[in-house]
Ligand binder design. Structure first.
Ligand code: ADP
Length: 295
């Protein structure tokens, strides 16, 4: 199975012509609530791609918490170890302007309460094939979870987002690092993704840098770098493309596919998701991924 140790967030999105300056009030065009959080997005993506997936994290004791849990359960993600804690769910307050620019405030809420693993979490992780992690939970529990998995031979896949410096003890227990171009640059100071990917091999054995419409780049110690182009699609909404990619990649790896084939599947799933609006709602099911690969 695949276990996700990560965040749940409700995205509260206001669409405006021009974002307000400090002290200013503007009238928005539209408002949407979009269930997300990188952890939940990866869990839904993996479950829809055909994986058996469980989510460890927390939602708040509020309406958003009910909805966030519901979205996961609707995609058949096991939420037995998703806690409901006092206080608000995680929220992201997003203002999107007419030029597609955005300003975002993230309030971690319930996510901040996940500071360590329970005995139940440890037992579940120990039985998994892969553990997926991101950086929207407290760093202490990310390190603890990755270390626990790594010590038991469970492959750890880390999405280093939001971009921030990582402690060496986290690199030490990461088997596969999957930054986007921006994160790869932030982690290494190298502006060329190739150079950044190779620099990261000093810290972890395998790296996939996602390159948006250009696909992805895979490097591993002692192997030739591999570039996998993305299918050409008309992009409508690239929200959570990276999470869709990681979720589908995890399923393919858990099923034992070789890395090049797993990357092709992941790229196909991500391309399908960018053709549709929304975050988790836009993620493709296994039958759609299979159909797209067959054409
Ligand atoms: P993130 O969503 O984390 O910023 P990327 O933008 O690199 O990450 O996108 C992740 C993956 O999603 C890419 O590697 C690619 O496979 C796919 N993808 C993203 N944008 C497009 C696009 N415009 N066309 C096709 N595939 C895309």
């Amino acid at each position: 199975s695949i276990v996700v140790l990560g965040s749940t967030n409700m995205d509260l999105v206001a669409y405006v012509t021009k974002a307000p300056a400090r002290g200013e009030t503007v009238t928005g065009r539209a408002f949407r609530t979009i269930p997300g959080g990188k952890g939940a997005n990866q869990a839904v993506a993996a479950a829809r791609a055909g994986g058996e997936v469980a989510m460890i994290g927390a939602v708040g004791a509020d309406d958003f918490g009910y909805r966030l849990r519901d979205v996961l359960e609707h995609s058949s993600v096991d939420t037995d170890l998703l806690r409901t804690v006092e206080g608000p769910s995680g929220t992201a307050h997003i203002v999107v302007d007419d030029e597609g620019g955005n300003a975002i405030v993230v309030v971690p809420g319930a996510n901040a309460t996940v500071t360590s693993l329970t005995a139940g979490d440890e037992a579940l992780i120990a039985t998994a094939r892969l553990l997926l992690l991101q950086l929207e939970l407290p760093l202490s529990v990310v390190v603890e979870g990755a270390a626990h998995a790594h010590a038991r031979g469970v492959r750890t896949v880390l999405t280093p987002a939001p971009a921030q410096p990582l402690p060496p003890e986290l690199f030490d227990v990461t088997d596969l690092l999957v930054p986007n171009e921006h994160e790869a640059v932030a982690l290494t100071g190298r502006t060329d993704p190739h150079a950044a990917a190779l620099a990261l091999l000093d810290a972890v054995p395998e790296v996939v840098v996602t390159l948006g419409a250009a696909g992805c780049l895979y490097v591993a110690r002692g192997a030739e770098p591999l570039t996998v182009p993305a299918p050409r699609v008309r992009a409508v909404d690239t929200t959570a493309a990276g999470d869709t990619f990681v979720g589908a990649l995890a399923v393919a790896l858990a099923e034992g596919l070789p890395m090049p084939d797993a990357l092709t599947r992941a790229g196909t799933a991500a391309a399908l998701s960018v053709r549709r609006e929304g975050a988790s709602i836009s993620m493709p099911y296994r039958t759609e991924i299979d159909a797209a690969l067959a054409t």
